[in-house]
Design a protein around this ligand. Structure first.
Ligand SMILES: *Cc1c(COP(=O)(O)O)cnc(C)c1O
Length: 426
């Protein structure tokens, strides 16, 4: 009897044993078995390997960190379903001819932003890159020294500028930049300023002797003003929420107001305060939006049908003003303290462990830096993070002063039974 060279019988037999306790596909279990044998291990080692592989897969989790838009947990959580049917991604139902994938969603976002036109791309970094490439390739872009920022991972204004083929012209100083500084950069002989880029320094705040030039002031310059507002707050008056805008939103730039103040374009993320899927939205003047749409990079940066459908749902939700019911992020935001406390009391009573505490939740994803919103959590003694992560569904919490806190504002109430079960099992 000859065994296949690349799969000794022991590997195959071990993989079949693994299938009794793991739902991973056979070829992956073979990899786990082979790795275990290579390490000189047996069934236990192979099970551990299979578990490691399972835990490396994308997994839904309960976010009990109190960071509502958690970058490592995919920012805005979003429920979306659609049928397996073909959809009119690039098809015009009226004429039966080829259509534009930007039209449906673009029109809805233009309506929401009070803009002439809008398109969507893969994320906000892509939106900024496309705007710079389409409107300023080979030319200069004026940016305040106070806004030449790095936002999360690899989004650094000077580097995005370099990739776009536009040249960065630094304006003003780190703490103060005036309209006259922009003006000087525009008229300076040798400069060829195509546009002014205003970047919202999303993830930090400069305090003290600071001055920035408003979009309204910038809009009186002779070149277009592009505002990267980042967060994706559509309207500072938050018309989809009952009552006055929440305090933690103060200072966040919003698309409607930024365009009304005179910005020629705004760009923002889909998965931050908008509460939608990962995407980047470019909204503003029709001619500028169309130059972006027609640039060759637009093809490389475009969204697929899944994201377009999800964005369309999000846009319709805003127009229906059912945001606080239908978008998970805004549902979390609009939970009252009393409702959170009632949930915490129930959880502690039913789990038989834990203490109800006041906490402070964060919008997250670099939105509203330094700002918190009141929240309620449940704490237990010690660092229990690893045990909570091992639960099914995994629960992601945080620790402080040797206590573990589960913040309930970022937990969907339908996950409270999972939280109770996890606390019981601790
Ligand atoms: C978050 C952010 C970006 C990057 O957006 P992504 O959607 O993550 O690509 C760019 N600019 C600003 C101001 C931001 O806040």
């Amino acid at each position: 009897m000859t065994a296949p060279v690349d799969r000794p019988p022991s590997v195959d037999a071990l993989a079949r044993r693994l299938a009794e306790t793991s739902s991973l596909p056979h070829p992956v279990l073979v990899d786990a078995a082979r790795a275990a044998i290579a390490d000189g291990g047996g069934l236990d080692e192979a099970r551990a390997q299979a578990r490691d592989i399972e835990r490396s897969l994308l997994t839904p989790v309960v976010n009990a960190t109190g960071v509502l838009l958690h970058t490592n947990l995919g920012r805005a959580p979003l429920a979306h379903s659609q049928s397996a049917r073909a959809q009119t991604v690039e098809f015009d139902l009226a004429s039966g001819e080829r259509g534009s994938r930007q039209r449906a969603v673009g029109q809805l976002f233009a309506r929401l932003c009070g803009a002439e036109d809008a398109i969507v791309v893969n994320n906000n970094a892509a939106a900024v890159l496309l705007v710079l490439a389409a409107l300023a390739e080979g030319r200069d872009v004026a940016v305040s020294r106070g806004e030449s920022v790095e936002i999360g991972g690899a989004f650094r204004v000077p580097e995005v500028m370099e990739q776009s083929g536009a040249r960065l012209v630094d304006v003003g100083t780190t703490n103060r930049t005036r309209r006259s500084d922009y003006e000087r950069a525009i008229v300076r002989p040798g400069n060829d300023v195509a546009l002014v880029l205003k970047v919202h320094p999303s993830n930090y705040r400069v305090q003290g002797f600071v001055e920035e030039t408003s979009v309204a002031e910038l809009s009186t310059l002779d070149v277009p003003v592009v505002a990267d507002i980042g967060s994706g707050l559509l309207d500072a008056t938050v018309p989809w929420m009952p009552g006055a805008p929440p305090a933690w939103l103060a200072g966040e730039p919003a698309a409607v107001q930024t365009l009304a103040d005179g910005a020629d374009l705004v760009t923002f993320s889909g998965d931050k305060l908008l509460g939608g899927p990962q995407a980047g939205i470019i909204a503003g003047r029709h001619d500028l939006v169309q130059r972006c749409a027609k640039h060759p990079l637009a093809r490389a940066l475009r969204c697929g049908g899944l994201v377009l459908a999800a964005l369309q749902d999000v846009a319709l939700t805003y127009l229906h003003k059912t945001v606080c019911d239908d978008l998970a992020f805004w549902r979390m935001v609009s939970q009252s303290i009393d409702a959170l406390r009632a949930r915490a009391d129930t959880i502690v009573a039913e789990a038989g462990v834990g203490t109800v505490v006041d906490t402070e939740a964060l919008p997250g994803a670099g939105s509203a830096p330094g700002v918190t919103m009141p929240s309620v959590g449940v704490t237990v003694d010690g660092d229990r993070l690893a045990e909570l992560r091992a639960f099914d569904p995994p629960i992601i919490a945080r620790t402080r002063d040797d206590r573990t806190t589960l913040d309930l504002r970022s937990v969907d109430p339908t996950d409270d039974p999972a939280v109770i079960a996890a606390l019981r099992y601790l």
